[in-house]
Write a protein that binds this ligand. Structure first.
Ligand SMILES: *[C@@H]1O[C@H](CO)[C@@H](O)[C@H](O)[C@H]1NC(C)=O
Ligand SMILES: *[C@@H]1O[C@H](CO)[C@@H](O)[C@H](O)[C@H]1NC(C)=O
Ligand SMILES: *[C@@H]1O[C@H](CO)[C@@H](O)[C@H](O)[C@H]1NC(C)=O
Ligand SMILES: *[C@@H]1O[C@H](CO)[C@@H](O)[C@H](O)[C@H]1NC(C)=O
Ligand SMILES: *[C@@H]1O[C@H](CO)[C@@H](O)[C@H](O)[C@H]1NC(C)=O
Ligand SMILES: *[C@@H]1O[C@H](CO)[C@@H](O)[C@H](O)[C@H]1NC(C)=O
Length: 559
């Protein structure tokens, strides 16, 4: 039995209705290399080859599951939406919800101009509020999801704003949350023609237009804007600083894998990093997971195998393919690596501090004689059932709707990902661009342009290019985060700097401060704010020193 390759991938527990699925699809790479064995070809081309293989008698005895492509963490990865919506409070931060009449297409003149309502959140001016006209603006570049969720999870922006008397603005990315062109999600996501305007370039232009208009309305044209963003939002922040240097004085791009394109970084790096996070906690845990895939397939193929697997893993429904289960497990491991924070978090799921350590502890501590799969079940319970309140696991509550990120991944955001034979605890898996592209045609009626991002934003030879032509960007990365493999990890110039946290995970710097924060986190946030403070001082210089100073003094007076 060969698993059908489905484009709408990881089926983790979740059913957040609002934001579409994110990062699906496997990833391209190796546009040139296409060598692989027969067996592995069968594994990669399930849709086209099965008949042929059956005829040739080559169908592999053991069906192998494709690795589900990783997604960025986001509200889509949660079991249920929790972000505050509407006016009021998200994660305890007070904001006002506003809508801006935004142009649908910034890059052509058709005579039939269309607009949509773009949502944005503005921090409430309270005590220690905005300095007023001319004062700094902290602008968060919205990601692929509901902006209220990102606002609730980006505490650094809110926590830092009073120190600089900055106005906080979180802008929603078009086609996500409430910012739907054509009036509704159904219409916006109808077909390739209606989705055509979902691109990073259009989103950046939205932010530029929104900021320019907002400043004019506030009589605050001279305000310095500092961009923030994490993950895809971090990519947007960095790119926006490069493309619109007159609109923002600098960008904090947190966990932004701007190099995860083409062959700029090795395509195996993501899964190698996930695997390494498990290996560093426990070699036997790593090995158990590595051995589990074969075990899954063998069990699944045995008598009543799928039924037994469904029981072992407490699934709500009987599996009809082992692939769905492997996807679900792989997703958990990838997400765990992204959120391997040293303090408890509820970012994706309620999780303990150092969740991978806990998963491995559970896998390792099962009584002598426990089977591999019993261990795996015990481990994955930490991710999917830490609260102990889940009755059964539903692998299939993904409605298979077209997700916004699926579209983006099928057009511009082609991030090749493979799994290596040696270092990875996942099954070896080589990225197959041809299959990827064909699936995009099939699902969306579009063919990706895998080289467009580097053409538009650069990426090759990034150090020498940014050294000459870039300035005022902080690239934060935590090395436990598998996305750090596509991040900028070296200082490039005086003002294009890399802040690297060896024990950090996905944009941990942006997370709301907690009492459990380790010293290294507190001090790296401080370094980031010092750098930002330098950008603002440069901006104000002698001229506006008074304004910025006032903010600084206010802060020191308050503390
Ligand atoms: C989707 O597009 C088709 C034409 O391609 C049109 O007939 C249909 O009304 C559209 N649906 C929505 C919800 O806009
Ligand atoms: C600026 O003001 C105009 C007029 O009130 C309003 O239509 C527009 O939405 C405002 N812009 C922003 C970014 O809020
Ligand atoms: C497997 O089961 C799911 C529902 O649980 C169903 O949507 C899907 O079509 C089934 N696949 C096959 C190949 O039967
Ligand atoms: C979740 O955890 C609780 C408490 O440990 C357990 O009783 C329950 O069976 C678990 N749910 C699943 C689906 O395994
Ligand atoms: C990268 O930049 C260096 C230094 O400017 C230059 O010598 C080299 O040729 C560049 N490589 C590519 C592929 O452009
Ligand atoms: C880059 O430079 C900053 C100081 O500007 C320093 O704090 C940081 O550790 C450096 N990063 C790396 C990766 O060396």
């Amino acid at each position: 039995m060969t698993r059908t390759y489905v484009n709408h991938l990881p089926r983790h527990v979740e059913s957040s209705p609002i934001p579409p699925r994110s990062l699906s699809i496997p990833f391209p790479d190796r546009l040139h290399s296409a060598h692989r064995s027969q067996a592995s070809a069968a594994m990669h081309r399930p849709r086209r080859l099965p008949l042929l293989l059956i005829l040739l008698g080559l169908l592999p005895a053991v069906a192998r599951a494709l690795l589900p492509p990783p997604r960025f963490p986001g509200p889509h990865a949660r079991p249920r939406p929790r972000a505050g919506t509407g006016d009021g409070v998200g994660g305890g931060y007070e904001f006002e919800t506003r809508y801006f009449r935004q142009r649908l297409d910034h890059f052509s003149f058709s005579g039939e101009e269309e607009f949509f309502q773009q949502r944005y959140l503005v921090g409430r001016a309270g005590a220690g509020g905005w300095a007023g006209p001319g004062g700094p603006i902290f602008f968060y570049c919205g990601n692929e999801g509901d902006i209220a969720w990102f606002a609730a999870n980006s505490g650094l922006v809110w926590d830092a704003a009073p120190r600089f008397a900055a106005l906080v603005v979180f802008a929603e990315h078009r086609y996500y949350g409430e910012s739907m062109p054509f009036g509704s999600k159904d219409k916006a996501y109808n077909n390739s023609r209606s989705m055509a305007y979902l691109t990073a370039e259009q989103a950046l232009a939205d932010y530029a237009v929104l900021l320019t208009d907002l400043k004019r309305n506030l009589s605050s044209e001279s305000s310095p804007v500092v961009l923030f963003g994490g993950s895809y939002g971090g990519m947007l922040a960095a790119w926006m600083r490069l493309k619109y240097p007159h609109i923002a004085v600098g960008a904090l791009a947190s966990s932004a894998p701007i190099l995860q394109f083409e062959d700029i970084v090795p395509d195996t790096i993501f899964y190698d990093l996930v695997s390494n996070d498990f290996k560093r906690e426990s070699l036997s845990c790593f090995q158990t997971i590595k051995d589990s895939w074969k075990e899954l397939d063998e069990q699944g193929n045995g008598q009543d195998g799928l039924l037994k697997l469904s029981k072992t893993f407490h699934l709500c429904q009987t599996l009809n393919t082992t692939g769905a289960l492997s996807d679900w497990l792989s997703s958990a491991y990838s997400y765990l690596a992204m959120v391997d924070y040293p303090m408890p978090s509820e970012f994706l799921m309620p999780l303990p501090a150092n969740p991978i350590k806990e998963v491995c502890r559970n896998i390792d501590k099962q009584p002598e004689g426990s089977s591999i799969l019993e261990r795996i079940y015990a481990g994955v319970n930490i991710y999917y059932n830490y609260t102990g309140t889940v009755d059964c696991f539903d692998l299939d509550d993904d409605p298979h709707g077209m997700g916004g990120w699926d579209w983006q991944a099928c057009t511009e955001m082609v991030m090749p990902m493979s799994s290596s034979e040696g270092l990875s605890m996942f099954l070896p898996d080589e990225f197959d661009y041809a299959l990827y592209a064909d699936d995009c045609v099939k699902n969306f009626g579009v063919r990706p342009r895998p080289r467009w991002i580097s053409t538009e934003f650069g990426g090759h030879n990034i150090s020498s290019v940014l050294e000459k032509f870039g300035s005022n960007i902080i690239f934060f990365n935590g090395l436990l985060d598998p996305w750090s493999g596509g991040g900028v990890l070296k200082n490039i110039s005086e003002s294009v700097v890399a802040i690297v946290a060896p024990l950090g995970a996905h944009h941990i710097d942006l997370r709301p401060a907690t009492k459990e924060d380790p010293d290294w986190l507190v001090s790296l946030r401080e370094s980031e704010l010092e750098i930002i403070s330098g950008w603002l001082s440069d901006h104000y210089g002698a001229r506006g020193g008074a304004l910025f100073q006032r903010a600084t003094n206010k802060d020191s007076a308050a503390s």
